[in-house]
Design a binder for this molecule. Structure first.
Ligand SMILES: NC(=O)c1ccc[n+]([C@@H]2O[C@H](COP(=O)([O-])OP(=O)(O)OC[C@H]3O[C@@H](n4cnc5c(N)ncnc54)[C@H](OP(=O)(O)O)[C@@H]3O)[C@@H](O)[C@H]2O)c1
Length: 445
C-alpha cells in the first residue's frame, strides 16, 4: 500500500507506472460484521451507537470482474446509509449481500461475513477489468454509487429502473470507506481538479441525489423562480439542494434547527430561512395524531418570507415527522419530491389537500449515471461546492458516523482513507483560488 500512496502523492507518476504497481492481497476497510447484527437488540434507534458496530478490519482484496475497476481510495465520506448499516436498521445489510450473491458468481463475491461500507470515494484507478476502455490505471476519479447490471430491458431508459439496481457500499460490498474499493467502471467520473481528495469525495452521493430529486425531469424538474422548501438545508442533501436551487434561479426556503445552521445557509446565499427549533413546530400531538394548525403555522411562515407564495416544490426527506406538513404547504399543482424517511417511513397526510389541489408526490432515489455526471460537472465547473465541515481518519469512521447519527454535524463529514493528511490532490490551484471562500464555507463550523 505504501508504494501506491507514494505514487499518488508524487503527482507526476506516469500512468503506466500505476499499472505496474502490485495490488495488495488485503486492505483495511470500515466493516460491520455479520455475527454482530444483534448487538443493539432492545435499544432505541437513538441509543444505537455506530462506534460499537463499525470496525477497521483487514479484508481480502476482491478479484476484478468484467466492467469493473479497483480504486485506491484517498478519501471518502459518511452518508446516512452508513449510519443505517451501522445500527442494522431498518434491516441488516447482509440480506442485500446474500440476495446479490444469489444472482451470479460475480455477485457471490459480495456475500461475505463482513460488509465493507461507504458510498463515496475520491482516488486513483489501479486496475480495470475486461471490457473497460474509458478508464485506466492512474486516472484520478470520484465514484457515484449506482451499481446496475442492465441485463434486462427495464433500466435502459433510466438506469435507476434496472431491477438489479444497487447502492454501492450499502447494497454491495467493497465500499469506499476503505483503502481500496471495487466499483463498476460506469460509476467513475473525473475528480474535480481544483479540490483536495476529501473535498472531491464529499458531494458524490448527496449532490447526485439532490440533483435528480430537485432538478432532473425524473424528479421535481425545478425551473427559474420556483419556491423550494428545503428541509435540513444545512445537512448532507440539503446543503446541495440549496446550492442547486440558488444556482438554477429558484428561491430556496431553508429549514434548519439552530441559529448556527441558519448562518451557514445564509452564507450559501439563501435569504429565506426558518429555524424549526425556534419556531417549535409540533406537527404531531401524539404518536397517532397530527395537528393541521401547526401545518398552517408553517405555511404562514413560508408566505411571510416569500411575500405570499407557497412552495412549488418541497424537498422532502425527514419523512413521517414532516410529510403531512409538506403536503399541506405545497402550492396548488406543486410537487413534493421525497427520497427518504429519516424520522419514520409510514407517512400520513390529508389526501384532500393533495387531490383537490392537484399536487404530486414524486419518489426519487439516488441518480442515474447521466444525472450523477451532470451533478459532478457542476462541482468541476465551480458552480456548486463541497460542503465538507469536518474530516476524520479512517480509524475514526465510527465516530464520524456517530456525529451524523446524532445530527451533530454540518454538511458532510469526510474520512481520510489513504490520504495521510488533508489538503492533498489539488491539481488546479488557480480555479481553487477563485472559489476558496465557497469551498471552505462549512469548514470548522
Ligand atoms: N434515496 C436516496 O438516494 C438518498 C440519498 C441520500 C440520503 N438519503 C436519506 O436522506 C436522509 C437525509 O440524508 P442526509 O445525508 O441529508 O442526512 P443529514 O446530513 O443528517 O441531514 C438531514 C437533515 O435533516 C434534518 N432533519 C432530521 N430529522 C428531521 C426531522 N424529524 N424534522 C425535520 N428535519 C429533520 C436535520 O437538519 P436540521 O436539524 O437542521 O433541521 C438534518 O441535518 C437520510 O435518511 C438518508 O438515508 C436518501
Amino acid at each position: 500500500m505504501k508504494e501506491i500512496v507514494e505514487a499518488i502523492l508524487a503527482s507526476d507518476t506516469p500512468k503506466a507506472a500505476f499499472a505496474a504497481l502490485p495490488v495488495p492481497e488485503t486492505y483495511r476497510g470500515a466493516v460491520v460484521r455479520k455475527d454482530e447484527i444483534n448487538i443493539f437488540n432492545g435499544l432505541t434507534s437513538q441509543d444505537k451507537d455506530p462506534r460499537r458496530a463499525l470496525h477497521i478490519d483487514e479484508v481480502t482484496t476482491p478479484d476484478l470482474g468484467p466492467g469493473e475497476a479497483l480504486v485506491a481510495v484517498m478519501a471518502s465520506t459518511i452518508n446516512y446509509n452508513t449510519v443505517w448499516t451501522s445500527i442494522f436498521e431498518p434491516l441488516p445489510t447482509f440480506g442485500f449481500l446474500e440476495r446479490y450473491g444469489r444472482l451470479s458468481p460475480l455477485g457471490k463475491r459480495h456475500d461475505l461475513p463482513y460488509h465493507v461500507v461507504g458510498s463515496d470515494l475520491a482516488g486513483v484507478v489501479l486496475r480495470t477489468g475486461p471490457g473497460v476502455h474509458m478508464w485506466s490505471p492512474g486516472d484520478e476519479v470520484v465514484a457515484h454509487c449506482l451499481s446496475v447490471e442492465l441485463e434486462r430491458p427495464d433500466g435502459h431508459d433510466d438506469t435507476m429502473l434496472d431491477p438489479e439496481q444497487r447502492i454501492w457500499g450499502f447494497e454491495t460490498n467493497f465500499g469506499g470507506l476503505a483503502e481500496l474499493a471495487l466499483v463498476k467502471a460506469n460509476q467513475l467520473m473525473p475528480k474535480p481538479a481544483h479540490l483536495s481528495w476529501e473535498e472531491a469525495a464529499a458531494p458524490g452521493l448527496v449532490n447526485s441525489t439532490a440533483y435528480r430529486q430537485l432538478v432532473s425531469h425524473n424528479g421535481a424538474n425545478m425551473k427559474q423562480g420556483d419556491v423550494v422548501l428545503i428541509w435540513g438545508a444545512s445537512g448532507g442533501l440539503g446543503s446541495y439542494a440549496t446550492q442547486l436551487a440558488l444556482n438554477g434561479g429558484a428561491i430556496p426556503v431553508c429549514v434548519v434547527s439552530s441559529p448556527r445552521k441558519a448562518e451557514i445557509v445564509r452564507r450559501m446565499g439563501a435569504d429565506l430561512v426558518i429555524d424549526r427549533a425556534a419556531e417549535d413546530y409540533r406537527f404531531w400531538t401524539d404518536e397517532h395524531t397530527q395537528n393541521p394548525k401547526e401545518w398552517q403555522r408553517l405555511g404562514k411562515k413560508i408566505r411571510q418570507l416569500t411575500g405570499g407564495e407557497d412552495p412549488d416544490i418541497v424537498f422532502e426527506h425527514p419523512g413521517r415527522e414532516t410529510f403531512g406538513a409538506s403536503v399541506y404547504v405545497t402550492r396548488r399543482g406543486g410537487t413534493i419530491a421525497t427520497c427518504a424517511s429519516t424520522s419514520g417511513f409510514m407517512h400520513s397526510y390529508d389526501n384532500r389537500y393533495l387531490w383537490m389541489n392537484l399536487k404530486k408526490v414524486v419518489g426519487s432515489h439516488f441518480a442515474n449515471y447521466r444525472e450523477a455526471w451532470e451533478a459532478n460537472r457542476l462541482i468541476t465547473k465551480g458552480l456548486v461546492h463541497p460542503t465538507l465541515s469536518r474530516v476524520y481518519p479512517l480509524t475514526e469512521t465510527g465516530q464520524a458516523a456517530y456525529d451524523v447519527h446524532r445530527n451533530l454535524h454540518q454538511g458532510k463529514v469526510g474520512v481520510l482513507c489513504l490520504a495521510p493528511v488533508e489538503g492533498l490532490g489539488v491539481r488546479d490551484g488557480a480555479t481553487r483560488e477563485r472559489h476558496l471562500t465557497a469551498i471552505n464555507r462549512f469548514r470548522g463550523v
